[in-house]
Design a protein around this ligand. Structure first.
Ligand SMILES: Cc1ncc(COP(=O)(O)O)c(C=O)c1O
Length: 369
């Protein structure tokens, strides 16, 4: 124990000296350019009132589920929500999870086995890497969004391959060439898995839906903690894969199901969003305003995440501090989290940011470049 304690302390000391020690701080007050609440639904009063009304009508929604969904924890609310989600996304099945992290853990630790290879985009979310560690499959990486590199890797594989991508990457703020990758998956008979954590709600029901790729995607991961302002996730797939996950996915089986409130708030969120398309429309207006300010960014022009490269940790830190003094909440990503020379300020745009706020934010940034 003492030996490990020393190791823990050393690791923490190193982080402290490097200025990268993480601590839990109270939620900051300020103008939000850093949260994933792209459409402002997490603080939408009308949606909150709807949820409160449903709880008042059925307080049981707030109670614990009492067990795994395979024992006492299943419910009509969970099954109904899954049915509605599958229909909305035009997949034959949906399986709910308490978070996107859990969904990815279940998917990648269960579907691929030792006879398979998982080929991941180098920028794929940490949950996929963690899941790969739980799987007996071999993991390979391809260069970010580089379809030539992906094809070169696919060509050399003798084992069956799974390809893991996101449709919108949250650090770079760029879109995947999803149709081209789907084409490669078909050509090389690989299974394509697309995580739409950041695209769902911003681009309708996600890019798989917008490009009608349901038949070319083995599993589509949708998360509800970002644009929907709720919490949880669904894996969209066919009936056999759902059944396989229900039978073999440890992160699904060996855990108490979430409360019905979580599933109900997801279903309510879908309905609310369908009736309030003004929120994504306003978000895209704000993205246009930001892009028209002339800042250089590697992000896609219609992405709610806009990365501004400030290639120097010190300069980046003082920019973020200056922004914070002016009341702007942003997120800075330092090296070695990203490669040296690509340190960046990550700006999340929202439907509720005003033009004045966006212009002022960009003016301050311009003063630092
Ligand atoms: C691409 C991606 N996938 C999965 C997750 C995990 O989702 P959740 O926050 O619901 O656990 C995230 C969240 O950061 C994400 O960005």
């Amino acid at each position: 124990m003492l030996k490990n304690l020393n190791r823990f302390q050393e690791a923490l000391c190193k982080r402290e000296q490097a200025g990268t020690l993480r601590t839990l701080k109270p939620k900051a007050e300020g103008i939000d350019f850093y949260s994933n609440d792209y459409l402002g639904l997490a603080k939408n009063k009308e949606l909150q009132d709807l949820l409160v009304k449903k709880i008042n009508e059925n307080p049981q929604l707030l109670s614990g589920s009492t067990g795994s969904r395979l024992i006492s924890g299943n419910s009509r609310v969970a099954a109904f929500t899954e049915k509605c989600i599958a229909e909305k996304h035009q997949f034959s099945s949906a399986l709910l999870f308490p978070s996107g992290y859990n969904a990815n853990l279940a998917l990648f630790s269960t579907l691929p086995d030792r006879h398979d290879t998982i080929i991941v985009d180098e920028q794929i979310h940490r949950s996929v890497h963690d899941a790969c560690k739980m799987s007996n499959a071999r993991k390979l990486k391809f260069r970010h969004n580089d379809i030539e590199d992906l094809e070169n890797i696919l060509k050399r594989q003798e084992k069956h391959c799974y390809i893991a991508i996101e449709s919108l990457y949250s650090m770079e703020g760029d879109l995947a060439p999803i149709r081209e990758i789907a084409g490669l998956a078909k050509q090389y008979e690989a299974d394509l898995i697309v995580d739409e954590a950041h695209a769902f709600g911003v681009f309708g029901n996600g890019l798989v839906d917008q490009y009608h790729l349901q038949d070319q995607v083995t599993a589509n991961v949708i998360t509800y903690g970002k644009a929907l302002g709720a919490h949880g996730a669904a894996i969209l797939c066919n009936d056999s894969i759902k059944s396989y996950l229900v039978n073999f996915a440890s992160p699904f089986i060996y855990t108490t199901s979430a409360q019905d409130f979580q599933w109900m708030s997801i279903k309510t969120g879908y309905d609310f969003l369908e009736e309030h398309q003004e929120f994504p429309a306003q978000l895209h207006e704000n993205i246009k305003i930001f892009r028209s300010q002339g800042l250089e960014s590697p992000s896609s022009e219609n992405s709610p995440v806009q990365a501004i490269i400030i290639p120097d940790n010190k300069k980046l830190k003082s920019l973020q501090e200056r922004l914070s003094e002016e009341g702007f909440l942003t997120y800075a990503i330092y090296s070695p989290t990203v490669k040296e020379g690509t340190e960046r300020l990550r700006i999340c745009l929202h439907s509720f940011n005003t033009e004045e706020e966006i212009v002022k934010l960009t003016e301050i940034i311009k003063g630092f470049i």
